[in-house]
Structures are given as C-alpha cells and as structure tokens.
Design a protein around this ligand. Structure first.
Ligand SMILES: [Zn+2]
Length: 253
C-alpha cells in the first residue's frame, strides 16, 4: 500500500474499536440526504479505483437513487495496481476483473442501471496524470452537477490527486463538492488534528442499505482474497473491512 508524508497506510491501522469508542463519531452532526442535494441535480461520483464508490458512499448513492437523482460514476483507473508482482492477479486480469466486480457490487445496491464512465488512467499514477484527469472531467461535467469523490487529504496518492482535481473542477464550474474519507480511518486517530472534523457529517444507513452494502463489498473478490503467488494478504483484510462497513457513512462538506 502506498504512503504519503505522515499519513501512512501501513500495517493494520487504527482499529475500528477505537473509532467506535470515540464520542466524536457518535456526536458528529447527521445530515438528511434530501436536504443535502436539491431536487433534479445530477450526482457525479468520481472513484479513483473500482471499489471506492462502494466503500465510501454506497449508502449515499442508494439514498440519492431513491430520491430519483440521476447518478453517474466516473472510474478514474481500473484498479490494476492492487497486486504488484502477482502472477495470479496480473494487471491484464485486474483490468477485466475489477470493473466487473464494480458492476456486480452496484447490482447488489439495486443500482445496475447507473452509467459508469471509465477514464482509463493508470492505477498508482493519478498524481502524474492529473492534467489528463482534469481535462477529461472538465469535458464531461456541468455546472449543475454535484461532485462526490475521495477526500484530497485521504493519504492514498490516487485518492488525494483525484480529490484535488475534483476540487479544482468544482471551484472552476461552481459545482458543490462532497469529499469522502476512505483510508483516513486507517492512518488517522480519533480527534486527529489533520482531519477536518468540523466539515464532517453522518449519513445513517437503513438496515436494508447496510445489508446491501455488506453484500456489495463481498463482490470484490480480487480484493478480499490472499495472493498465493506473492504471499500478499487481502487488500481489504478484515480489520479494514470493519472500518468500511458501518451503519453510517461520513462526508466532508
Ligand atoms: Zn481507492
């Protein structure tokens, strides 16, 4: 896993039990999705890798769809960098498998009809290809769109580059921007001063939405299995999944 400055994504990270025990998470202000997004506006979720849309905001997407919002998912990369040096999960195989997993996951959410636009940037190199990302997004986004993406301080270089590119586009077009902490839960600690907690809002998931998100996460087989050819543990190991499957999601507004 990549690292960035002091926000290192190594080891098992902060255990979910620490987050659960933190009053700041419980006391975080909630937000109703209907009050967050005005009727009729399209929501464009820009996912650096094929799973970030599920991990970061499956519940939000289901709630937006229930309110009849048009959704578009933009896949920045095809996630071919998740298994470096693997003989089993080669980049060619991942390029087919991971977008297919993403489709299956969206089916689990009841969102099989949501269009997915794949930009074909290189996994692990979004920072270097940022100008291309901005060009492609700029061509396709409208000022009325609402952008959702990974937080520009999330620690993973692809997540940060995508967040920064979306922030730049949103500022230029005047689109609202919603950012998602994904790997933040790994490297940060409760109350961490590097995290903009004052911007954080909780979206509660219904039991049905929680269960659908759990099944959708299970669709990412390539990320959930150990790799015998390299000895690599699952990318989404149980300690990571525990932080990703909560009965709520956190947005930075
Ligand atoms: Zn990602």
């Amino acid at each position: 896993m990549s690292t960035k400055d002091d926000r290192r994504i190594v080891g098992e990270g902060t255990p979910e039990s620490d987050w659960v025990a933190w009053p700041g998470l419980l006391e975080m202000p909630g937000i109703q999705v209907a009050s967050l997004v005005s009727p009729g506006r399209r929501i464009v979720m820009v996912a650096p890798h094929p799973d970030d849309e599920i991990v970061g905001c499956a519940g939000l997407l289901m709630q937006l769809a229930a309110l009849d919002h048009e959704l578009l998912i933009v896949g920045v990369t095809d996630g071919t960098g998740s298994h470096p040096g693997s003989r089993h999960w080669t980049p060619q195989r991942l390029a087919k498998t991971r977008p297919a997993e993403s489709l299956r996951a969206l089916e689990c959410l009841g969102l099989a009809d949501v269009p997915i636009l794949r930009l074909g940037l290189t996994d692990t190199r979004v920072t270097q290809e940022r100008a291309e990302l901005i060009r492609q997004l700029d061509d396709r986004l409208q000022p009325e769109d609402i952008l959702v993406t990974t937080w520009r301080g999330d620690g993973h270089p692809d997540h940060e580059a995508t967040g920064q590119a979306c922030a730049e586009i949103a500022a230029g077009k005047g689109c609202p921007l919603i950012e998602l902490p994904v790997w933040t839960w790994h490297w940060a600690s409760p109350g961490d001063p590097r995290v903009p907690w004052e911007r954080a809002r909780r979206v509660e998931l219904s039991l049905d939405q929680y269960e659908r998100k759990r099944v959708a996460l299970d669709a990412h087989v390539s990320q959930l299995t150990a790799d015998d050819s390299t000895g690599q543990d699952p990318v989404l190991a149980p300690f990571a999944l525990a932080r990703m499957l909560r009965p709520f999601e956190v947005l930075f507004l």
